[in-house]
Ligand binder design. Structure first.
Ligand code: TZP
Ligand code: MG
Length: 221
């Protein structure tokens, strides 16, 4: 597929929606710094995932992320804070397993916003589908230190089992793999029938994030 030029707008939706960048904070980078790296690399689906902060602390970060994402024509998804997502008119909201249930969030954010939900087991997947989630983040694929309180690791065998259960049940909600994923894993993950992948550390920690994103895109299209 053609090489996506950072700075382009439009016409790349099908490919970029398959890669979700998850923001993170390190000793060297703020959330917004991590988002800037992902946007400069070419990523156009950004999830702002701020942990252990109050809503009023998340809001200014979300505004900054909104300004940046808008300037790149990128979609911004807010993890965990429906009212923040509503305030900044985010493209979407992502809810973890212990966050507000999807239907409750739906009444808060309205019908226009995408809502994604995390799942670790077949029961979680079914619940997410029944709740009306627009996509499901399924993981972890392998161990990662990016997330605390990690659910049991699924590995490729776990994905294969869950994806065949999806197929048998006739469900088509897009499933995004997450957790410790590197560009080299994408080919294998896609053989299990997943729609796309989410990544944090492997992109912001890459020596050349733009080249890494190019490899990711090639593996996803
Ligand atoms: N949920 C499961 S693993 C994870 C989240 C948010 C972190 C993903 O980050 P990384 O650095 O790609 O493992
Ligand atoms: Mg959460």
């Amino acid at each position: 597929c053609p090489r996506f030029q950072p700075g382009d707008r439009g016409g790349i939706t099908d490919v970029v929606d398959k890669f979700h960048f998850i923001s993170n904070e390190t000793s060297e980078l703020s959330h917004v710094d991590s988002i800037r790296i992902a946007l400069q690399a070419g990523c156009r689906w950004i999830q702002l995932r701020v942990k252990d902060r109050r809503e009023e602390e998340v809001l200014p970060i979300a505004w900054e992320a909104t300004r940046l994402c808008d300037s790149y024509g990128a979609k911004l998804i807010i993890n965990d804070f429906p009212l923040v997502a509503l305030a900044v008119e985010a493209y979407g909201l992502h809810l973890g397993l212990t966050d507000m249930p999807v239907p409750e969030a739906r009444t808060l954010v309205g019908e226009k916003m995408i809502i994604g939900g995390t799942a670790n087991t077949w029961e979680d997947v079914v619940r997410r589908i029944e709740e009306g989630a627009d996509y499901i983040g399924l993981g972890p694929f392998r161990f990662t230190s990016t997330k605390q309180n990690l659910s049991p690791i699924l590995g490729i065998a776990g994905y294969r089992t869950l994806m065949s259960q999806m197929q048998e049940a006739g469900h088509s909600t897009p499933i995004i793999a997450i957790g410790g994923i590197t560009p080299d894993d994408i080919g294998l993950i896609r053989t299990a029938g997943l729609h796309g992948v989410a990544m944090s550390a492997a992109l912001i920690g890459a020596a050349d994030p733009q080249e890494t994103f190019y490899q990711i895109q090639q593996a996803l299209c």
